[in-house]
Design a protein around this ligand. Structure first.
Ligand SMILES: *Cc1c(COP(=O)(O)O)cnc(C)c1O
Length: 537
């Protein structure tokens, strides 16, 4: 008899004890709402949807343990208790592997022994890792808590952009990544630097859906050969930083292997360039390594995460993804590491970043977050590294992809960790839809109108195909993304989505082309432009 895993059925890892009613909204009402919101799915009121796959960002369900932690939130302006708990949780998750300290438990259990709290939480001293503690965090700040991932990107790239311009205004700088996320790319561009995507060659290769539980080609990897060629071509001076996004959201949410992390880290080390993770989905990535990479089957998720992070010099992160939190982000770098050394040009880089953090997001101990959010986030970091949860999570995404593939829908395979992606070039094959007709957008409009399901085009419209050079266009994949919020939907929700997508696929000839009616030239335009579908009759 096969086990459930071999059958591709995720074992339930939790159950809902609170539910929210989905409103009864009809097609005409949705159609009118679409008209009134310029057909931009970002502007559509969420309360009128049946299912929302726009983003897995901050949209997950918190666990009972997180809600309990939230009650311990401390809204003090300076050094709220959650700050210490969060810093220690970050050390636990990213650096301590199988030997976490779990200082959070002292707070959750109402510890009143002041001496114990001082010795184990409030006055602990730390240096040499991603999270300086005590006096070292004051002298050499390396932890920057912010409301979300893009704030960390802004802090990092606005500071580096200025430093590099002052150093040599005539040079051009390039930031390679296995796949820049849209906000990362925009923050790099806004600061006068150039983003470069080095996708893995096998990214759009076919993959049989019935093999998804048994092997994985790690299509999220960075192309190491191209990285080395880029460094040789531009020169070490012009590559301030290398980024590796885990999992690779822009490349269909595909995972990055430990081997690739090691290979890229080796190149970074060889040239003395700091390597950073865009670590948004680190736990999901670790789960893929455990499942599919040789030598990791019997390792814990925690120890795999620890190993992954031992190869980088810093990271930016949105805790709204693999944090199970509704808000939060951060920038971290290794104490006295390559990054610290390379960019402490005009004094300590950490001090400069901290000044900007205070100027924009608030004092470093809350960084624009409420004390409640900080506690829920700290508790969430322990929840998402639980293997049963990750099995269920990744199993659900995989099952969604498998059911679509069985219905003949061109879904990118194998499924990534947090989302399924439809290949829109294949979807519209043999129709008159061209790349600049934004068929992916037309598809999302029809899906919303007919079935109340929201998904997101992350292709030629979002990544601005019409504004780019032929060379830059190579970095754009023509996909529509269905991001699955964590612990929100059950199999019945997924079944509804599969049938709706399949019905639209059968009627793909009727899907409208789309034109931009307002704001085509805006930066990050998919969040804000006005659109109009052009129906055939
Ligand atoms: C979401 C995301 C970001 C940005 O984080 P926000 O919290 O949305 O600002 C950056 N990189 C990746 C890979 C992401 O998925």
């Amino acid at each position: 008899m096969k086990n459930m895993y071999e059958l591709g059925i995720p074992v339930p890892a939790n159950k809902s004890l609170v539910v929210r009613t989905i409103k009864d909204v009809n097609k005409e009402q949705r159609e009118r709402t679409l008209q009134k919101t310029e057909y931009n799915v970002f502007s559509f009121p969420a309360d009128l949807l049946v299912l929302d796959f726009l983003s897995d960002s901050g949209s997950g369900t918190m666990t009972d343990l997180q809600w309990a932690a939230l009650f311990h939130g401390d809204e003090s302006y300076g050094r709220n208790k959650g700050y210490y708990v969060l810093l220690d949780a970050i050390r636990d998750v990213f650096e301590r592997g199988d030997a976490p300290k779990r200082a959070i438990n002292m707070i959750l259990s109402g510890e009143t022994d002041a001496q114990k709290l001082m010795d184990n939480l409030y006055l602990t001293s730390h240096e040499g890792g991603f999270v300086n503690g005590g006096i070292h965090q004051l002298a050499r700040p390396n932890v920057f808590i912010v409301p979300q991932g893009r704030c960390a990107e802004y802090l990092l790239f606005s500071t580096l952009g200025q430093l590099l311009r002052e150093k040599d205004p005539n040079k051009e700088y390039y930031i390679p990544n296995n796949g820049h996320f849209d906000t990362t790319e925009a923050n790099i561009l806004a600061n006068g630097l150039h983003p470069v995507n080095l996708f893995s060659k096998n990214l759009m290769d076919d993959f049989p859906y019935d093999q998804m539980s048994f092997r994985n080609p790690f299509k999220g990897n960075m192309n190491a050969k191209e990285l080395e060629a880029l460094i040789q071509e531009k020169g070490v001076e012009c590559i301030p930083l290398i980024f590796l996004t885990i999992t690779n959201n822009t490349a269909a949410g595909q995972p990055v292997s430990m081997n690739n992390v090691k290979a890229i880290s080796k190149i970074a080390e060889k040239y003395g360039i700091p390597l950073f993770f865009d670590a948004c989905r680190f736990a999901e990535n670790a789960h893929f390594i455990k499942e599919f990479e040789e030598g990791y089957k019997n390792r814990s998720i925690s120890s795999i995460v620890q190993e992954m992070f031992s190869h980088v010099d810093g990271f930016t992160i949105s805790f709204k993804k693999d944090g199970l939190a509704n808000i939060g982000g951060g920038l971290f770098f290794r104490d006295n590491g390559v990054f610290h050394e390379r960019f402490s040009i005009k004094g300590d880089i950490g001090i400069q970043l901290k000044e900007k953090q205070i100027l924009t997001f608030g004092n470093d101990s809350y960084g624009g977050l409420s004390g409640r959010d900080i506690m829920a986030l700290a508790a969430g970091l322990y929840e998402i590294t639980k293997e049963s949860y990750l099995n269920q999570r990744i199993g659900q995404v995989r099952k969604f992809a498998k059911e679509l593939a069985q219905n003949g829908i061109p879904v990118v395979l194998p499924a990534g960790g947090h989302a399924i992606y439809l290949n829109m070039d294949k979807f519209f094959e043999n129709t008159d839809m061209k790349i600049d007709d934004f068929g992916g957008v037309g598809f999302t409009i029809e899906l919303l109108k007919h079935y109340g399901i929201r998904a997101c085009e992350l292709g030629p419209f979002a990544f601005e195909w019409d504004k780019k050079t032929p060379e830059q266009r190579k970095g754009i994949l023509n996909v529509v993304r269905f991001a699955i919020p964590r612990n929100v939907y059950s199999s019945s929700h997924i079944d509804y989505a599969v049938e709706a997508i399949t019905e639209l696929y059968r009627n793909r000839e009727k899907i409208p082309k789309v034109i931009i009616t307002r704001g085509a030239k805006l930066r990050l335009r998919h969040f804000q432009t006005g659109l109009r579908p052009i129906y055939k009759d």
